[in-house]
Design a protein around this ligand. Structure first.
Ligand code: URA
Length: 208
């Protein structure tokens, strides 16, 4: 699979990668999207959170996890005593994929090809930030981080050693919690998500 950047001009820093990603045309998602939403956070953050792709608000603002899913994420971090500003937050896919419906833009799941096309950027972020722990939220992030298709259930909450160093922990995507219609199920799943965040804090206490 071809790298998303010119192999003769591999970005040599996180800043160079961010700049190069602004012009990415490796898949068709760039065209209807407002902008590339690259990761955000300290360049040597000990923890990297990976979501699926930016949503409507993220696409407009150019920042990850600031919309409704971001609020669920922030609340879980706060409950676990994690300072988001000490972590790096990004997505497996860096453009918003949507279909217009009236005035709204409805989120669409990225395809395997789109996830693969964007993986070079995530790999660059991982190599420059070199976090101790990568937290993959949802199946898209988990498959992209682990490099194989996985179900959440089969790998959730475990510390998984990564070939390139560091570990990964897989949990659900915060949007999944937003979509659960049954209040009991929602409360249960929220508690499990917060337990995973507590595991993250325990594994990397310096982000408290
Ligand atoms: N959902 C994601 O996966 N990422 C975001 O940045 C926002 C919503």
């Amino acid at each position: 699979e071809a790298p998303v950047f010119d192999p003769d001009h591999r970005p040599e820093s996180l800043e160079e990668a961010r700049e190069a990603a602004r012009h990415c045309r490796a898949c068709p998602l760039w065209e209807p999207a407002t902008q590339t939403v690259f990761g955000e956070g300290p360049k040597a953050a000990p923890v990297m959170f990976v979501g699926e792709q930016p949503g409507d608000q993220e696409d407009l603002a150019g920042e990850p996890f600031i919309g409704p899913a971001g609020q669920v994420f922030d609340a879980a971090l706060a409950a676990a005593g994690i300072d988001r500003a000490q972590t790096y937050v990004t997505n497996a896919v860096k453009h918003f994929k949507f279909v217009p419906r009236g005035k709204r833009r409805i989120h669409q799941k990225p395809s395997g090809g789109e996830i693969a096309a964007c993986r070079g950027w995530l790999d660059l972020e991982r190599s420059f930030v070199a976090p101790k722990l990568v937290v993959a939220m949802g199946a898209t992030a988990a498959s992209s981080v682990l490099g194989r298709t996985v179900t959440i259930r089969s790998v959730r909450s475990q510390l998984i050693d990564l070939p390139a160093g560091g570990q990964a922990l897989v949990t659900v995507h915060p949007s999944y919690l937003l979509r659960l219609p049954d209040p009991d199920a929602k409360a249960r799943e929220e508690a499990l998500f917060r337990e995973d965040m507590a595991r993250v804090r325990q594994a990397v206490p310096e982000i408290a």
